[in-house]
Design a protein around this ligand. Sequence first.
Ligand code: ZN
Length: 190
Amino acid sequence: MMEFTPHSSPSNTGWIEVVAGCMFSGKTEELIRRLRRANIARLNVKVFKPKIDIRYSESEIVSHSEQSLPSILVDSPNEILTLSEEAQVVGIDEAQFFSNDLVEVCNKLANQGKRVIVAGLDQDYRGIPFEPMPQLLAIAEYITKTLAICVVCGNPADKTQRKVVSTERVLVGAADSYEARCRKCHYIPE
Ligand code: ZN
């Protein structure tokens, strides 16, 4: 994992960090790592994920390598705003499952002086940018792109290959229907 930039935090201001990548690239591990360190620093940390993502645990964010952190399930980005009043650090996982309202909510939280850390899939299974991630990447101060390993050729991979036939943009709870592929080995299933 690439080292993260702000070792000494900016003072008297909030900011937005985005961790973007394909499935199996370690996005959630990286989010959990940053939030754990904020916990150790005794900061008030709140963690959210969309209700649609209940694949492993109702009340935790869980990475593929089984690290976990307690989290709050929300339907809409505006709930994050309401529930984060006391928080100094706000973590958001699976951002691609939220509406574009998440962009404004992250801006508001950062403008309130909070550190906002958002993780999500930056492309769908076709390799098309997955809203609201492109917008979040544009407004973030700090961006980390996590790469997986292509299961076909071993190159760094940033695409999510769907192995089943479906034109739904989201197949929730179907991690075994996907694998990481590089640009060369990725194809759009028809
Ligand atoms: Zn490959």
